[in-house]
Design a protein around this ligand. Sequence first.
Ligand SMILES: Cc1ncc(COP(=O)(O)O)c(C=O)c1O
Length: 367
Amino acid sequence: MLVEVIHLGKGHPSPSLLPDAMLRQALAGLTSARSLSALQYRGAAQDTNFRSALAAFLTDRYGHQVSPAAVLPTSGISLTLAMACQVFAAAGDTVVCGDPTYFLATTIFKTAGMALHTVPVDAQGMVVEALEAALRSGLRPALVYCIPAYHNPAGVCLSPERAERLVDLAETYGFRILADEPYTLLHYGPAPPPCLMSLDRGRGRVIGLGSFSKLLAPGLRVGWLHAHPDLIAAFCAHGTLRSGGGLNPWMSAAVTALMEDGSLGAHVDRLRTTLSARMDVLTASLEAHLPDCTFQRPAGGYFLWTRLTSPIPDGVAVLSGSRCSPSGSCREQARLSVSLYDAPMLQEAVSRLADAARDSSALGRAR
Ligand SMILES: Cc1ncc(COP(=O)(O)O)c(C=O)c1O
């Protein structure tokens, strides 16, 4: 194969996963009334078409009722995280993150002037017991950032018991939870885990962050906020939203059309099938050719979190665990992704890793 380096760590979708024609058709099909309305200054909350279509889509996918009043269009999770720090916290406040965590979220928090406190992540997600111990010892965060479903990079889901406990702790200690949920709807099996907002029960503690980056395309810059209507109102008071009249209304109008005509649902189901099949190939290849490599197979999302004991050859790049660790630990781990390559390339990457492992053990024997 001619590909120089296989970037097995990258969380970008492969071109074959990007619904280019579908998106161009959605834009071309916008009625003049919809297009003109979306091209005007207009508050995000006034985008009733998006809010109704998203609420119906999420109600169908989550299997529980989501109200249009509890969702708001955004321009994706990254900017929403930054804005949430300004609306629901202040510079100098503490945000709790898992260790490991989505490596760029910590950069967003640092840019916002937040102080980081980390708690471990294990096979059941963020170790809420460790958070509780820290809270009992006096930690008073403004925000707790977690990735409840198909974690980046660990691939795990927050257990239902920990999820319940986390929301209870938020109520007791007065913090808010930033639930970063871009992968929830990319479940390989029949149903996704419940979104964290389903446990909020009107308490106004959970701020769910969704994104079409993984469901359609990152370049759209369209996502959503899912929270109690009072928190939605507080978010809408952010100066950026008031000045800009919404974050990305025209692209949101295209996504609305795809939700309304059912194309989004069909596309997401195709994605789920493809990602699941790729994960089967990657895990089977690792088991067959790198028996020392350990991992827990994820039940959805993009990522496989592995312990790779052999050297990484020049022809393969992975995301090293330490980049995902705010404390710089996880040195033996690596994040592998099934988003960027199809099955033959994933097999080729594993074959290069296996060759390097063989070479290194032969070298070890020769010494
Ligand atoms: C956990 C997590 N949050 C947020 C993002 C970024 O999302 P967006 O493109 O909506 O800003 C990513 C992208 O990799 C992610 O993995």
